[in-house]
Design a protein around this ligand. Structure first.
Ligand code: AHR
Length: 333
């Protein structure tokens, strides 16, 4: 019933989404959704609206690619893709558009943890299951079907444990935080801080670089101006891109990244791993972006009425320079 009513709304929804910067899974702007007449299985096309955070980092590009590959026409999907440019209000608006179109399922990589209750309730009222990927929300678990992602707190903890082992003398540390209010920024800070408690590492400053290279660079420039290169021993960046931006700032200040100022990051995307191999980054904890296949499998299972785990955590590794040298040639992202 929902789908019959909503198929009439599909054209309006597609037009609204186009105006809001959405596109269908392929790069063909003519390829509209099927109006939600998929039905989630039985060989029919499944229409999925995917609300991505934006395109802030190398990790994000790899995640988007993985999602588009998994939610392909060959795999039985019509993907309606929206990247919200890191704007939480725009992301919620995209989800509302998906609801209005009557898609079969909605996948969200939530930019921030808070503020999801109303729109998730609206999706539930419209009988559209929501599958979270990558990041988590603070809303009740009853409002979404399942989540696939990473243990961000453990990532922060691993990074902190390495720091605690390797910095046994008084150490001045600055932190480049991810997007304020996002699950990875919150959890990576918590995991790291707990691991360095009682060590001689002192956090002298911490600011958001919004997970972008430019953000990391300009925040690091500010830190260097404030404390001088001699006043900073260690940078903990919540992702590779901000660490790479920090490298540019440190070099511009005439210091040597990885030597004068040590750097720990999270993600392990190719550019980060290359910087680790080059000795400009000292340690990276992985955050695996290849979540598409599992997310697609979960969407199919949920629509088929199968019981699914509420949480699926994909495991991460960690790399020092030697491990990065070995892994880099076969790195997929
Ligand atoms: O949510 C995962 C984080 O988002 C990645 O670590 C970061 O690079 C991205 O922007």
């Amino acid at each position: 019933m929902r789908k019959r009513i909503l198929s009439r709304l599909a054209l309006v929804g597609v037009l609204a989404l186009t105006a809001a910067g959405c596109s269908t899974g392929g790069d063909d702007p003519e390829a509209g959704g099927d109006g939600g007449n998929g039905g989630g299985g039985g060989g029919e096309t499944i229409t999925v609206g995917f609300a991505q955070t934006g395109s802030e980092s190398g990790w994000r590009s790899a995640n988007t690619e993985s999602m588009k590959e998994a939610f392909s026409a060959d795999n039985g999907f019509e993907l309606i893709f929206n990247a919200a440019d890191n704007d939480p209000a725009a992301q919620i608006a995209a989800v509302r558009s998906f609801i209005n179109q009557g898609v079969d399922a909605i996948v969200i990589a939530p930019i921030v943890e808070d503020g999801w209750d109303d729109v998730l309730q609206e999706a539930q009222d419209a009988d559209i299951p929501v599958i979270l990927e990558d990041r988590t929300v603070t809303a009740s678990e009853d409002l979404y079907a399942t989540w696939v992602g990473l243990d961000f707190k453990l990532e922060g903890q691993k990074a902190g444990e390495w720091a605690a082992e390797n910095f046994t003398e008084p150490t001045k540390m600055v932190v480049l935080e991810g997007t304020t209010g996002s699950a990875p920024a919150n959890d990576r800070a918590e995991g790291f801080d707990a691991a360095i408690e009682g060590t001689p590492i002192e956090k002298i400053d911490s600011q958001t670089g919004d997970f972008t290279r430019d953000g990391g660079k300009s925040v690091m420039e500010g830190f260097l101006q404030k404390y001088g290169a001699d006043g900073i021993d260690l940078v903990y960046a919540h992702n590779d891109d901000m660490g790479l931006g920090a490298i540019e700032a440190i070099e511009a200040a005439g210091a040597v990244p990885g030597e004068d100022i040590k750097i720990i990051t999270i993600d392990a995307v190719r550019d980060g791993m290359q910087a680790l191999v080059d000795g400009k980054i000292n340690y990276i904890v992985e955050c695996n972006p290849l979540l598409g296949e599992k997310a697609a499998e979960l969407v199919k299972a949920v629509l088929a009425g199968e019981e699914v785990e509420k949480r699926t955590i994909v495991e991460d590794q960690a790399f020092d320079q030697a491990a990065a040298e070995e892994a880099l040639p076969d790195r997929k992202y």
